[in-house]
Ligand binder design. Structure first.
Ligand SMILES: Cc1cc2nc3c(=O)[nH]c(=O)nc-3n(C[C@H](O)[C@H](O)[C@H](O)COP(=O)(O)O)c2cc1C
Length: 180
């Protein structure tokens, strides 16, 4: 069974992370979730724990169990590192090597050879912001593949490009990277 480390960050689209974790679990993947404190404003760890059938990791300094440092273990024992949704803040931190949360610490410890995918979700003006665009380009240069956001009604109520990609697109992207 292939293992996915699924990072969930603080976009309002984090409320969809439970369905995504469930979809990936039902597709036959072992899903281990790491969430930022910001994500916990939109979805509970308990929900993600139930649908992934695994412990959910959130506080980097709380997780040293059975001789394993959780962020290193989650980074180095996965077949795919997937971030859905990827917030502007988390993208920026990872692009700049900041490792101050469970999710960003995992990102800093993922081997270069591990496939990496991220699905940004944010307001259209955030997505168009030059600093955010530069950080996204940095991740791409470092081997991350992007699952592009789509146009739709945003949290602001206005239409724009920044909505999380649909589930089918996410599953197809995962499958293409994990097929033998
Ligand atoms: C209602 C609401 C919706 C938000 N939606 C998004 C979003 O879709 N994308 C995003 O990048 N940030 C969004 N934010 C801002 C992030 O939550 C904020 O930047 C936070 O610091 C992200 O932290 P994290 O990346 O550590 O999870 C939203 C904030 C609020 C209050």
């Amino acid at each position: 069974m292939k293992t996915i480390t699924l990072g969930v960050s603080g976009s309002v689209a984090a409320h969809k992370a439970g369905l995504i974790a469930e979809m990936l679990t039902q597709a036959g993947y072992n899903v281990r979730v790491a969430m930022t404190p910001g994500a916990a404003a939109f979805i509970t760890p308990l929900t993600l724990e139930v649908v992934s059938r695994n412990h959910v990791y959130s506080v980097v300094t709380d997780e040293y169990v059975n001789g394993k440092v959780a962020h290193v273990d989650l980074a180095q024992s996965c077949d795919l590192f997937l971030i859905v949704p990827a917030s502007a803040n988390t993208i920026g931190k990872i692009a700049n090597g900041i490792a101050d949360s469970m999710l960003t610490a995992i990102a800093s410890a993922v081997p270069v050879s591990t496939p990496k995918l991220f699905a940004p979700a944010m307001n259209d003006q955030m997505y168009a912001n030059p600093a955010v665009a530069k950080n996204i380009d940095t991740l791409k240069e470092r081997g991350y593949q992007i699952i592009e956001p789509q146009v739709g009604i945003l949290a602001s109520g206005k239409k724009g490009n920044g909505n999380l990609a649909d589930f089918e697109t996410i599953l197809t992207s995962v499958r293409s990277l994990l097929s033998d």
